[in-house]
Design a protein around this ligand. Structure first.
Ligand SMILES: C[S@@+](CC[C@H](N)C(=O)[O-])C[C@H]1O[C@@H](n2cnc3c(N)ncnc32)[C@H](O)[C@@H]1O
Length: 273
């Protein structure tokens, strides 16, 4: 259970999304005084209002009530001063820059941004960046990184299972995250991301892939029940109706946990034409 009261949760989420009390009230078709009362904890939203409010704030009813589903172990990894994933941007970022150079502030969404290295890189290049992660620690560090680099990134904590994009994006990007999505949720997620991509916009993702000849990473600190490697080519199938710019499968060495092992990864960069 989170220590925040509902009013504080509403206020925090609203500000993270850059909404005024008036704007939130407008979305919900209520008075701004009602929003103000919730945020001051002098009144609570009606039960029937909670799903709509959660949707307007891109969050869940659970989160509004102060319950947070801790679903990954990343908070611990992000709790040190060091940047767990380093500060070098993912190479996909450079591919994206070639395809859609920031000649105007194209809108980028980074899903599962971790400590923000890629989101901040995009912002430094001139993109208008929105980024979220389920890890509070990750978001706090991403905010620090953005501040240090004197760039604005719209950063907030959200769970990909509840989040649906609030507008259109030119680039939707996610690296090293989608293996947390169980198979049953993948089509709906990809459909939603495709629908929220502007024409000529790009989706760029990589996913860990299961191969019979590659054994599981021997990292005992991870909860493997929460990881769901994809089938080879599965990601590509969801984008069969888009133009493929990059479509590749790679096997690479990894040393996480101290024991050398291998991973297989599919990477797709596809354009909506
Ligand atoms: C391997 S890290 C990659 C971080 C970042 N994309 C990068 O490349 O530096 C995976 C990230 O996915 C985030 N994550 C896992 N499940 C998530 C979920 N359900 N919603 C949002 N983020 C999630 C984790 O908190 C973590 O930061």
């Amino acid at each position: 259970m989170d220590n925040l009261k509902t009013g504080e949760v509403i206020c925090k989420r609203r500000k993270e999304l850059g909404l005024t009390q008036n704007q939130l009230a407008g979305i919900l078709n209520i008075s701004f005084q009602a929003v103000s009362k919730w945020e001051n904890n002098t009144a609570y939203p009606d039960i029937e209002m909670l799903p709509r409010l959660a949707s307007a704030l891109n969050t869940t009813v659970d989160a509004l009530l102060g319950f947070n589903s801790v679903i990954t172990d990343y908070d611990g990894r992000y709790s040190t001063e060091e940047y767990y994933w380093g500060l070098i941007p993912n190479r996909i970022c450079f591919d994206l820059m070639k395809l859609l150079p920031p000649v105007r502030p194209y809108r980028v969404l980074d899903i599962g941004c971790g400590e923000g290295k890629d989101a901040v890189f995009f912002a430094k290049c001139g993109y208008a960046v929105t980024a979220f992660d389920v890890s509070e620690q990750g978001i706090e560090k991403a905010k620090k990184l953005a501040e240090y680099n004197k760039v604005h990134v719209r950063l907030f904590k959200a769970d990909i299972f509840d989040y649906r994009p609030d507008g259109e994006y030119d680039i939707i990007f996610s690296s090293g995250v989608f293996h947390f999505i169980p198979p049953a949720h993948r089509k709906e997620l990809c459909d939603s991301l495709k629908a929220h991509t502007a024409v000529n916009g790009i989706n760029a993702f990589n996913v860990f892939v299961k191969k019979p000849f590659i054994h599981r990473a021997p990292d005992g600190t991870r909860d493997e029940t929460k990881r769901h490697p994809w089938l080879s080519g599965e990601l590509f199938g969801y984008y069969h109706d888009w133009l493929f710019c990059t479509c590749k499968e790679e096997i690479f060495d990894c040393n996480s946990g101290g024991t050398p092992h291998k991973h297989c990864m599919d990477t797709l960069i596809a354009q909506k034409v």
